[in-house]
Write a protein that binds this ligand. Structure first.
Ligand SMILES: Cc1ncc(COP(=O)(O)O)c(C=O)c1O
Length: 404
């Protein structure tokens, strides 16, 4: 019999043969923009630290105060003895900021998606889900044991048809990201909300990448579209520069998740210093400093779009990833977020372009299947308020050469 190692090595070799082998780059550096990869200084264009708050001094100082008060680890699940002041304070802050009744914090955004989908849906239910939804949504759908129907990316009429289709279900749920993580485009939230209302479906919107970065005061794209989802999911680890995830909605939603959500119940609570750091980051993101940083981020995006157009690269990755779609069912929103996909296609070419950028001081790893559909490997350029004009110029110069 072959040893486990031999079997796994054969699997790794198969991944390498199709340019899908992955390894964690060894990162260091004082900010998420000026990084050291291995031994090499680089400008990073791949973190989700959109507002540049991950290295803001307010976060460690709030964390230190919380650690002194609440201890470092929560030491138990929230339902046992891990429900500490830092968690409750953060949840009140999030709910107030978003103008809803309640919020519930999870150790990660991944767990928030898993927890909400498995708590609200079961084998007698239907979940209608966008084709490009994040892995945590896909896994939540699978774990729920509900019937899952996938609609063509960002196609609200297709979602409406699936929701209104035959079948006797206890509940119908519609789940989408607002700003798509790998494509940077925006869901047609108004039309999706209409489809949900028309079929009495529960609308779940994952604002992981829009929370803090887009919408009025950084409240996200639902707020921008005037849509109130039944469940808003987001993360504390991207624009807020901390870690953790949360859901926001009505009090009854929070209470049912506390009772049914296995990824909330059967896990140690978020460390209180992390909750306090997220709370401090929310203070910044919700105030004038947040507005200033969102303004910078927007300026960066506008400037980069012009440069990429001149280079003849960029454009929405979904166009190739999912084939031609009905343009009338798409969002035509002028909102420009911090995620800029540069579609390459093949894995080997994407790796080569990424290596070309690295040789020119830019860190932007190739994003390959299974994170994105086969044949749509890409660079996922992400912008941060911590970038400056020189960083962006260096990116464009390096792209011009690496893409030749
Ligand atoms: C759309 C989306 N939802 C959820 C998550 C998970 O969030 P977290 O990193 O907090 O687990 C991510 C993170 O990659 C994401 O992109």
């Amino acid at each position: 019999m072959r040893s486990l190692s031999a079997t796994l090595e054969a699997e790794l070799a198969a991944l390498a043969a199709t340019d899908r082998l992955r390894a964690c780059p060894e990162m260091a550096g004082t900010s998420r923009v000026d990084v050291v990869v291995g031994q090499h200084p680089r400008i990073s264009f791949c973190s989700n630290d959109y507002l540049g708050l991950a290295s803001h001094r307010a976060l460690p100082s709030a964390a230190a105060a919380a650690a002194a008060r609440d201890g470092f680890g929560a030491s138990a699940s929230r339902l046992v003895s891990g429900d500490l002041p830092a968690h409750r304070q953060l949840e009140v802050h999030l709910a107030t900021f978003l103008g809803c009744q309640a919020a519930l914090v999870f150790p990660t955004g991944y767990q928030a998606n898993l927890g909400v989908l498995t708590a609200l849906a079961g084998s007698e239910d239907l979940i209608v889900s966008d084709a490009l939804n994040h892995a945590s949504i896909i896994d939540g759908c699978r774990l729920s044991r509900a019937r899952v129907a996938i609609y063509r990316h960002a196609d609200a009429s297709a979602a409406a048809r699936l929701l209104a289709g035959p079948g006797r279900f206890r509940r119908r749920l519609l789940v989408t990201e607002s700003l798509f993580s790998m494509d940077g485009d925006i869901a047609p939230l108004g039309a999706l909300a209409e489809a949900a209302t028309a079929t009495d479906a529960i609308l779940i919107v994952d604002e992981a990448h829009a929370f803090g970065t887009l919408g009025p005061g950084g409240r996200g794209l639902c707020a921008a579209a005037g849509v109130v989802p039944d469940v808003l999911v987001a993360t504390l680890g991207k624009a807020l520069g901390a870690a953790g995830g949360f859901i926001a909605g009505d009090r009854a939603l929070r209470d049912i998740l506390v009772n049914l959500s296995r990824t909330f119940i059967y896990t140690t609570a978020l460390p209180p210093p992390v909750a306090a750091a997220a709370d401090a980051a929310l203070d910044l993101a919700a105030g004038p400093e947040g507005d200033r940083r969102r303004g910078l981020l927007h300026q960066h995006r506008v400037w980069l779009d012009d440069q990429l157009e001149a280079l003849g690269v960029g454009g929405p990755a979904w166009a190739t990833a999912t084939g031609p779609t009905d343009p009338t069912s798409r969002s035509t929103s002028p909102i420009r977020g911090p995620i800029v996909p540069i579609l390459i296609g093949g894995n080997a070419r994407a790796l080569a372009v990424s290596a070309g950028l690295a040789a020119r001081g830019i860190f932007a790893p190739a994003i390959r299947p299974p994170t994105v559909p086969a044949g749509s490997a890409r660079l996922r350029i992400t912008l941060s308020a911590a970038h400056d004009a020189a960083d962006l110029k260096a990116l464009v110069a390096a792209l011009g050469e690496a893409l030749e």
